[in-house]
Design a protein around this ligand. Sequence first.
Ligand code: ATR
Length: 280
Amino acid sequence: MTIITGRAKIAAVLGWPIQHSRSPLLHNFWLDRYQIDGAYIPLAVKPEDLRKVIQGMVAAGFKGCNVTIPHKEAAYLCCDRVDEAAKKMQSVNTLWFEPDGTICGTSTDGLGFVASLLDQEVSLKRCKVLILGAGGAARSVVTALSDVGAVITITNRTSSKAKQLINDLDIKANQLNWEDWPNSLEQFDLLVNTTSLGMEGKEDFAFDLTYAHPKLVVTDIVYVPRVTPLLKAAQDKGLKTVEGLGMLLHQARLGFEKWFGVNPTVDQELTEYVASSLRK
Ligand code: ATR
């Protein structure tokens, strides 16, 4: 067990609600693994209180925090300094506080997504990727994939939103009609689901992978259930799959390093530990 002393480094995750967050489990696992004198706590913060809580954390000597739904855009506006990733997204999920009180922020979701694919030896440069969806999650994924030189095609039920995303991010990307993607699948190396289709508690959706190339890699950013209907369909066809849990674990690494000074490792033990909590 990690001992928390008076010198402990403290970080937090802010959300509303917050009780479903797996981040405390994950960060405290690492704190224990690396025997760090520190703690990471969940804070239920109402939207109208976000700014005052962040300022209070700075005053109280916190090292920083993660923010989750619904705070990512509002937290961006609370930062004194943000990087390119955050500017593109107009949102942040990771904040750290400099000793002089400067509030810094970035968005690590895209980085986490790319790291989880690289971890599974999926090479992304010039990789032909089809993205399903054009919501907030798609924005992080598309930005990160574009930065590593993937060739991007986006399809979304509401096609105007895909167009808007491409314009807003100012990237080179193709667009496909939502009805047409199953028949066009053969051209792609990687299929990414960023929609809420297949999420636990949502209605069932049958992903049609009939025309998938045998080398197609399939990934989903949803991680509850761990094997989503899309990943199940891909596995049934013998395709390589990358589960969404990896993105959750990898997106957390940068914050941990900023607050606690160690670049943590994502491995099988951690993956199984967090996955077992998802089953409860
Ligand atoms: P997030 O920020 O988590 O990405 P979001 O912004 O609400 O959430 O985006 C949800 C995505 O899932 C959108 O791309 C949405 O498509 P629309 O833009 O057409 O709404 C997609 N989505 C949700 N339900 C869907 C459904 N039944 N069929 C197809 N796409 C769906």
